[in-house]
Design a protein around this ligand. Structure first.
Ligand SMILES: [Zn+2]
Length: 295
């Protein structure tokens, strides 16, 4: 185990070991997760560098970037995703207080969400580091997408909305990226950041099997407190935190699969439901959407 850097969110040196987990989808390699004693973010230790991480995304099972409808699991995933696309659009319109405008989806994958926004009158811009996914976005949805470096060519204060749907936990240059995104966002613009929440019931239940640790692709594992710290440090503020009700089921199903539990799907439904019931009363659902504005 190499040396562990300072906290990637707040720079604090006081860190504690949290747990060891495995890359269940691609490499089967083991990674340690650490926790910052100040801001409570958890982060993956010994992460592959930006030039090395590509191979950890090369998997048939890594369905985030594909549109496969093979098998019940993928079918269900697609069904929920279509519903989620509409919910996300409605959420954006509500908090941006606009029916149309300019939206940047950072880490847009194959462009499904941008396609949804475009179909409803929005001007769209997409950034996606994965060249294969970007190519699919053009092929499937006719959307032109820039790579990570294209972010620097955006005009300051030029977009109404920026979305990062399960993306920020993958970003190597955390602070510089947020800083650039903030500069692109209009003064009255809104940013939406969705990330898994390791303080959820399903995370506590599945521990090292919790699928949303997804090492080493997930570099950070956020709590509400750490997200608050991160945004404040970049001149942004959280104005609302919202639950994502489907993620508890999706993550529990995958976690049971990693546990190789024969009655996993049944248990996953129970754990997912329990997680949501607890989250309904206490907050801390499996994934959270942070609604963010300029400070
Ligand atoms: Zn910290």
């Amino acid at each position: 185990m190499g040396s562990i850097p300072n906290c990637p969110v707040c720079g604090n040196e006081k860190l504690s070991f949290a747990l060891k987990t495995i890359d269940y989808t691609v490499s089967n390699e083991e990674f340690s997760i650490y926790q910052c004693e100040h801001c409570s973010v958890r982060f993956t230790g010994n992460i592959p560098s930006l030039s090395q991480i590509g191979k950890y995304y090369e998997s048939e099972q890594y369905i985030s970037h594909t549109n496969s409808t093979k098998g019940l699991f993928n079918k269900l995933y697609q069904l929920v995703r279509n519903y989620s696309l509409v919910s996300k659009r409605e959420l954006v319109c509500k908090f941006a207080n606009k029916k149309s405008g300019i939206i940047l989806d950072y880490g847009c994958g194959t462009g499904s969400f941008l396609n949804e926004m475009k179909s409803n009158g929005w001007s769209i811009k997409g950034v996606e580091p994965d060249a294969g996914a970007a190519q699919k976005a053009t092929l499937l949805n006719g959307i032109e997408i820039g790579d990570s470096s294209s972010l620097s060519s955006f005009i300051r204060e030029s977009v109404d909305v920026i979305t990062l749907w399960h993306v920020l936990e993958h970003v190597h240059d955390l602070h510089p990226t947020l800083n650039t995104l903030k500069s692109i966002l209009k003064a009255n613009g809104v940013m939406f950041v969705a990330v898994p929440n390791y303080q959820s019931f399903d995370a506590a239940h599945y521990k090292q099997f919790w699928a949303a640790y997804d090492v080493p692709r997930h570099l950070y594992h956020f709590s509400k407190k750490s997200m608050d710290n991160l945004m404040k440090a970049n001149g942004l503020q959280i104005v609302k935190v919202l639950p994502m009700w489907f993620d508890s089921f999706y993550v529990s199903l995958l976690s049971e699969k990693y546990k190789k539990n024969p009655i996993g799907p049944i248990l996953a439904v129970i754990v997912g439901l329990l997680s949501n019931i607890i989250a309904f009363f206490k907050g801390n659902s499996s994934s959270l959407i942070y609604v963010i504005k300029q400070k």
